[in-house]
Design a protein around this ligand. Structure first.
Ligand SMILES: Cc1ncc(C[n+]2csc(CCOP(=O)(O)OP(=O)(O)O)c2C)c(N)n1
Ligand SMILES: [Mg+2]
Length: 354
């Protein structure tokens, strides 16, 4: 979005203001959620990730699990301004992005638990959640590898004249990968309809991003190199995310090219569920806990007059739903070993072909 500066300052505005007139209206975007609805969606993601964390600790999930706890406002805010047929694509920290686009939670949970009813038939696991039916074109374990794929999705939409936009989510660490620079450059030169969203949680695994970049902000301070605006948003404020990503999506759909947005956030736990995150200073963790996206939205809703009991009920329903869901998923069989080689290609086959 090189046409105008559209930035929201970090920490902008109190959360929980009931209406958001700044989000550009697009008749094809499915709904215009109010703040309680956004809260409910974030609450569900929170309950899902806490359930996944607990199941991992009980040894019921095999393979790594990277939780999006603390990142909920980015997934929900961004998905709320996408059209049903828009594309999104993310990293191994991808449960929230798939769920936010409408992937069925039971199939995502079954995937984590390696069950036949999993969204990838139980053969992909946490790091590879994909649901093309819901516009979510996959979770990628190779840092930065999916940014060029986002360009491919956007280019396909351009060739087909469908006006679909691609939202591409990645971490601060990905900005040190060559593919980040190649993809953002290509998107800028070809004016591709991609909205790049850097979820800056200030760490790449166990290393603070500040230790490995020569600028203060990994994405925003590099945007000028590609002729793009410096866009920073408080990634823990769901309405700010809606506003900023909404403007970028509208610009991309209107033929004004890509945007590079840096959303500031923090992971509430370690890099993966196996990591206690002990390398992070306690006062830093405490400061960010105060900025927890759910607590902030909740505070705004309470100030706007919503009873605490109504919000507690939303949280309780999400937790109860996931407890019952876990029972059903655990009753499912594991994938049939005979299917190990199927679904390698999109026609269901596996044999190499030229
Ligand atoms: C190309 C590549 N290099 C290294 C790794 C190992 N690795 C996995 S996650 C990660 C950190 C990435 O940090 P960031 O991009 O900030 O995303 P976050 O995990 O914070 O969401 C690294 C280095 C990898 N998966 N791929
Ligand atoms: Mg990071």
């Amino acid at each position: 979005m090189s046409h105008e500066a559209a930035s929201a300052s970090d920490g902008a505005g109190p959360p929980g203001v009931p209406s958001d007139p700044d989000v550009p209206s697009d008749p094809d975007v499915p709904s215009d959620p109010d703040v309680p609805d956004l809260y409910a969606r974030m609450s569900y993601l929170r309950a899902f990730e806490e359930r996944a964390d607990s199941l991992y600790r009980q040894g019921m999930i095999h393979g790594p699990v990277h939780l999006g706890l603390g990142h909920e406002a980015i997934a929900i805010g961004a998905a709320s301004v996408l059209r049903h047929d828009d594309y999104s694509i993310g990293t191994y920290r991808g449960h929230a992005h798939a769920l936010a686009r409408g992937a069925p939670p039971e199939a995502v949970l079954a995937e984590l638990l390696g069950r036949a009813g999993g969204i990838c038939a139980g053969k992909g696991g946490s790091m590879h959640i994909t649901s093309t039916e819901h516009g979510y074109y996959g979770s990628y374990a190779i840092v930065g590898a999916h940014l060029p794929i986002a360009c491919g999705l956007a280019w396909a939409a351009r060739i087909r004249h469908t006006s679909q936009v691609t939202a591409c989510f990645f971490g601060d660490g990905a900005t040190n990968i060559g593919a980040f620079h190649e993809a953002v450059n290509l998107a800028a030169v070809w004016r591709l309809p991609v909205v790049f969203v850097c979820e800056n949680n200030w760490y790449m695994e166990y290393t603070p991003i500040a230790d490995v970049i020569p600028v203060a902000l990994p994405a925003a301070d590099r945007a000028a190199a590609y002729g793009l605006d410096r866009i920073i948003v408080d990634g823990n404020d769901v309405q700010a995310v809606r506003r900023v990503v909404g403007s970028a999506v509208a610009a991309a759909r209107g033929g004004q090219g890509p945007s590079l947005i840096e959303a500031h956030t923090y992971r509430l736990k370690g890099h993966s569920a196996a990591d206690g995150g002990a390398y992070r200073p306690a006062d830093e963790v405490a400061r960010w806990r105060e900025r927890d996206p759910l607590l902030r939205t909740r505070k705004g809703l309470l100030q706007a007059g919503l009873p605490a009991a109504a919000l507690d009920e939303i949280d309780r329903q999400a937790r109860d739903d996931l407890i019952a869901m876990t029972e059903r998923v655990l009753a499912q069989p594991a994938p049939d070993p005979a299917t190990a080689w199927t679904d390698v290609w999109d026609d269901g086959g596996w044999q190499w072909r030229n």
